[in-house]
Ligand binder design. Structure first.
Ligand SMILES: [Zn+2]
Ligand SMILES: [Zn+2]
Length: 430
């Protein structure tokens, strides 16, 4: 019998993990700089939380959740996204009583029973931030600026930031009605999904990628012309803050995002290179969500990014993670097993000095140890033979330029630190 990872899931092997750790390291550093603290919520929650927090009638809740009964017959669901969980935690621990705003970030797996394709998995990974407690447009701007910084830092600097206002509970109902009126006599021209949207959430017709629906959307009433004064002012404030930070954006009045809880600001970072999976992340304000989930009225704003897609986009750029790799030292033994004792001592000494070091275990010839070290990108190789052991010395080979010299054991650590420094940076920054 042979087992495979379940459909839509995958192993991230050591050969690939460097990219993930690099991306996660940049994100964690960014969060420290912006004052967002990590929150870790359970991978599963009561099913009702998502029905409430993500919204009945959304594709996620209707078709994509992994819902199961536990042995005590409770209905539980693997989290399909993390905002509802963070809101639940914010409420459960009464964090609304703490000084506001409260700013969180998360990184972790989410689960959706979706059709697997390139960049889309059933277990996928998201990074996101959620900030609660103020309706200031500066906070919307901060979340957008932080996302923008992230993409810039990892070299995805030509993404298009699309932004819109989706209104609030005061101006959206009237606009909804305008949309209903507009499509009333055009129903037969809409795709079947949009027939359902017409009944449940007409705004999402504007977001439909079906050609039939796209051709009708041109003349549909625009929410921009129908925002209440507060929403209009909020939107223009966010745009002017973005302007003053020199963050480029394009206003897209068709952008409504897949989730229903957004109010006012909605935004998305789109890549021209990724085709169907072109959105790398997005978010917006959700001023009613905390209340919908049973808490006191508390405004909030957040963003979520799909890390598989971020990494796919990095791959398309030919990203080389070795530039960010730890410099490592290989300890090669040129002689019989008696050298193992000294080899182990040297290796441990290096590790205690904060240097990544590995020892040969395989009893290979020196030639094949050197080959191994080259293939595995070691920066330096220490060669220990009988002669060196007697002289309390080692040979040190620089794998970048092939230079080799004899070093006294007592000077070894200092010499290695100096050489590694000269070879370039390490991933310490993360
Ligand atoms: Zn409004
Ligand atoms: Zn449609």
């Amino acid at each position: 019998m042979s087992f495979k990872a379940p459909r839509g899931t995958r192993d991230i092997l050591p050969s690939e993990i460097e990219k993930w750790q690099y991306v996660e390291g940049v994100l964690r550093k960014l969060c420290r700089e912006y004052g967002y603290s990590e929150i870790r919520t359970p991978l599963f929650e009561e099913t009702g939380l998502f029905a409430r927090g993500v919204g009945e009638g959304t594709d996620i809740v209707e078709k994509e959740m992994y819902t199961f009964k536990d042995r005590a017959e409770r209905s539980l669901t693997l989290r399909p996204e993390c905002t509802a969980s963070v809101v639940r935690s914010f409420l459960e621990h009464k964090l609304f009583n703490e000084p506001q705003p409260q700013k969180f970030y998360y990184i972790g797996p989410m689960f959706r029973y979706d059709r697997p394709q390139a960049g889309r998995y059933r277990q996928f990974h998201q990074f996101g931030v959620e900030a609660f407690g103020t309706s200031s447009p500066v906070l919307d701007t901060e979340v957008i600026a932080m996302s923008n910084d992230f993409f810039q830092r990892i070299g995805l600097d030509d993404l298009n930031l699309e932004i819109n206002s989706v209104g609030c509970k005061f101006c959206r109902p009237a606009y909804n009605q305008l949309v209903l009126d507009y499509y009333k006599n055009k129903l037969e021209k809409l795709c079947t999904d949009c027939h359902i949207r017409y009944e449940r959430n007409p705004l999402r017709i504007l977001d439909c990628k079906n050609e039939k629906c796209l051709s009708l959307v041109q003349d549909a009433p625009s929410l921009a012309d129908n925002l209440c004064e507060e929403c209009a002012t909020h939107f223009s404030s966010v745009l002017s803050f973005l302007d003053s930070l020199n963050i480029r954006y394009s206003v897209n009045h068709r952008l409504v995002r897949g989730l229903d809880y957004y109010t006012k600001t909605a935004f998305e970072f789109v890549s021209a290179e990724l085709g169907a999976q072109s959105s790398l992340g997005g978010g917006g304000r959700y001023d009613n969500l905390v209340e919908i989930c049973g808490g006191p009225p508390t405004p909030g704003v957040g963003v979520a990014m799909g890390l598989e897609r971020v990494i796919l986009a990095l791959d398309k750029r030919g990203f080389d993670p070795s530039l960010y790799r730890d410099k490592r030292v290989f300890v090669a033994l040129a002689g019989d097993d008696k050298l193992q004792h000294e080899g182990l001592l040297i290796t441990q000494e290096l590790r205690r000095a904060g240097i990544s070091a590995e020892l040969d275990f395989m009893g290979r010839s020196l030639k094949s140890q050197m080959k191994f070290a080259g293939k595995n990108n070691f920066s330096l190789v220490i060669i220990l033979g009988e002669k060196e052991l007697k002289e309390k010395a080692v040979l040190l080979r620089d794998m970048q330029n092939g230079e080799q010299e004899e070093i006294k054991r007592s000077k070894l650590i200092d010499k290695i630190k100096e050489k590694l420094k000269r070879q370039g940076k390490t991933t310490e920054e993360a």
